[in-house]
Design a protein around this ligand. Structure first.
Ligand code: SAM
Ligand code: SF4
Length: 570
């Protein structure tokens, strides 16, 4: 354990979730306090500030210290009851967090409803990454406030509203003080405490826990989750981020980087395979920085190499079982299960990871390489730890190592100090790499980040929007070209269900994670064992591509097959 983590644990400020069932029960009960309706106080635990103070460490720039929470614990709540309605905003991590939170509440006796009007509790799992994401949630809260007031006027059963996740972590005070309609505030590491928070709220008081943990991975919580057709699922493997890119709020809302023990990940993937799930996406804020330190014998192993030409803003961390090891183990579980992962950081693609992706037929040949900018000057200001040249070298190396790999990326338009020339460098990077999929955003200044404290948000809003539109246009042109190159080729598609546009068509994804649409007709079985039949969700179908746009491939189905069989034919 790190010295500062030892100090925190000694000070009783560090939560230890550990692995395996029942670990949560060994935790210290979080500190809490009760408050009367007019009192502006809430049940709360210590948060990152307290960790840092106890460890004698300096808070990261922009981290404001807040007063210590109030008096000592009271006994835990009785098991809950009532119907919970949940809404998810933001990234796939939040989709997974919603199911973790739900698994915890379900165990406490709550039931879930899909109908807002019959809910006793409404929980919003929130996102803080950009101003717009938060604005959406404020607007939603206004709507829910009206619903709550109507319930009160009609003397219906009381409605409790909770804010969970990143926005809860970032804006606890504002949410509780200004939005009196919010009863529960729970940060991303406080979901185990939800039954207690709900019990406090049921007694008519506000309740909050924004405690950030050093090792909470919810390893023992098996989320109740899969896609609608039961074909795909997400498995969270690590949480938090230590990178501190200058624009990003994630390290402040999701806390320090920590990985889930491999044994519990493998257990979950085996369970999903037994349920017939055909595609698992490993999730994390920096999924390929995975480092499982739970097994003693691997704690002193040397740090592996970074991608060539890449640096970290912190000292490289030695020891632990790494992403290549996890990927190897996960991909051995079920040869018919596709494995994807997101969101990786481009710095953590050593050759052993690339080789494994190339070798294993069930690891998708699809990499997300978030670039953020094509200008070395801007990348430096963003503290990304690489230059344009190093990034491009990685792209070439990836393409040499994994022929036919599909690439995606994230870009930010209009970061602090970005000039027209910098912007053109991003345009030219998009043209040079020709990504298949892109996520493009206008820069949104976030309080507490390094950019907020040290840089000027000096690109006018309309310029950001114009540059964003230019990036989108160029990205689409290039993606259309990249996808058109697949016309005439056969692509193996995992069927997800009917296409949204037509009940006569099926929709699925190819290995590169590109949407493929094709007619829902009877197709032969490649092995010749079964009569021709219409493909079902979870079937692999070989599709000949007949046309392509920047986002979708269309084609004709050739036959149903198996993932391992299709790989052997190549
Ligand atoms: N960890 C991954 C990485 O750094 O490569 C990305 C995860 S981040 C949660 C998702 C994306 O949101 C980032 O890649 C970035 O493009 C975007 N993003 C983060 N902060 C932003 C901000 N302040 N304004 C606009 N976009 C932002
Ligand atoms: Fe945010 Fe950077 Fe961490 Fe990605 S690596 S989550 S962009 S701080």
């Amino acid at each position: 354990m790190l010295p500062w983590a030892r100090a925190l644990r000694a000070a009783g400020l560090l939560r230890s979730a550990g692995a395996g069932a029942g670990a949560g029960a060994q935790r210290r009960a979080p500190r809490r306090e009760r408050c009367g309706p007019g009192q502006r106080r809430w049940a709360a635990g210590p948060d990152l500030r307290h960790f840092l103070r106890a460890a004698g460490g300096e808070p990261p720039p922009g981290l404001e210290l807040e007063p210590e929470p109030g008096p000592e614990p009271e006994p835990g709540p009785a098991p809950g009851s009532g119907r919970v309605y949940m809404e998810t905003y933001g990234c796939q991590m939040n989709v997974n967090d919603t199911e973790i939170a739900w698994a915890i509440l379900q165990k406490s006796g709550y039931t879930r409803t899909k109908r807002l009007d019959e809910a006793d509790v409404i929980l919003l799992v929130t996102c803080s990454i950009r101003e717009k994401a938060e604005q959406t949630i404020w607007n939603r809260l206004r709507h829910l406030g009206a619903l709550k007031a109507r319930r009160q006027q009609q003397a219906g059963p009381p409605l409790r509203i909770g804010i969970l996740g990143c926005m809860a972590e970032r804006l606890k005070e504002k949410i509780l003080h200004r939005e009196k309609l919010v009863d529960i505030v729970a940060g991303p590491d406080a979901y185990r405490d939800l039954p207690r928070l709900l019990a406090v709220a049921e007694s008519g008081q506000q309740a909050a826990n924004v405690l950030l943990s050093l090792d909470e991975t919810y390893a023992d919580i098996l989320p109740v989750q899969t896609s609608a057709g039961g074909t795909t699922a997400f498995v969270s493997i690590m949480r938090g981020c230590d990178n501190m890119c200058s624009y990003c709020i994630v390290p402040f809302t999701r806390g320090r980087e920590r990985s889930r023990p491999i044994a519990s990940i493998l257990q979950e993937v085996r369970m999903l395979s037994d349920q017939g799930v055909k595609e698992v996406t490993l999730l994390g804020q920096n999924v390929n920085s995975f480092r499982d330190m739970s097994e003693m014998q691997f704690q002193s192993v040397a740090a592996p190499g970074l991608s060539r030409g890449f640096n970290t803003v912190y000292r490289a961390k030695p020891g632990g079982l790494r992403f290549a090891h996890l990927l190897d183990q996960v991909s051995r579980i079920d040869p018919e299960m596709r494995i994807r992962f997101t969101s990786p950081h481009p710095k953590d693609f050593p050759d052993e990871v690339l080789q494994l992706i190339q070798e294993r037929h069930n690891i998708c040949k699809q990499l997300h390489l978030p670039a953020q900018s094509g200008s070395t000057r801007v990348l430096e200001a963003m503290r990304r730890g690489y230059t344009r040249e190093a990034y491009l070298e990685l792209v070439h190396h990836v393409r040499d190592s994994i022929p036919g790999v599909s690439l995606s990326s994230d870009f930010i338009a209009g970061f602090c100090g970005e000039t027209e020339e910098d912007h053109q460098q991003t345009v030219s990077l998009l043209q040079e790499v020709r990504y298949n999929v892109g996520f493009l955003f206008a820069y949104s200044m976030r309080e507490k980040t390094r950019a907020f404290h040290r840089l000027q948000d000096d690109v006018p809003a309309e310029v950001k929007q114009r540059r964003l539109q230019e990036l989108i246009t160029v990205f689409r042109e290039e993606a259309a070209r990249a996808n058109e190159a697949m016309v005439g080729q056969c692509q193996l598609v995992l069927v997800e269900g009917p296409s949204k546009r037509s009940a006569l068509e099926l929709c699925g994804r190819n290995d590169g994670n590109i949407k493929v649409v094709f007619p829902d007709a009877e197709v032969e079985d490649a092995a010749g064992n079964q009569a021709p039949a219409r493909a079902q969700p979870g079937d692999y179908v070989l599709v000949k591509v007949t046309s392509a746009s920047s986002q979708t491939l269309r084609g004709v189905p050739l036959h149903r097959t198996a993932l391992s069989r299709a790989a052997a034919c190549h």
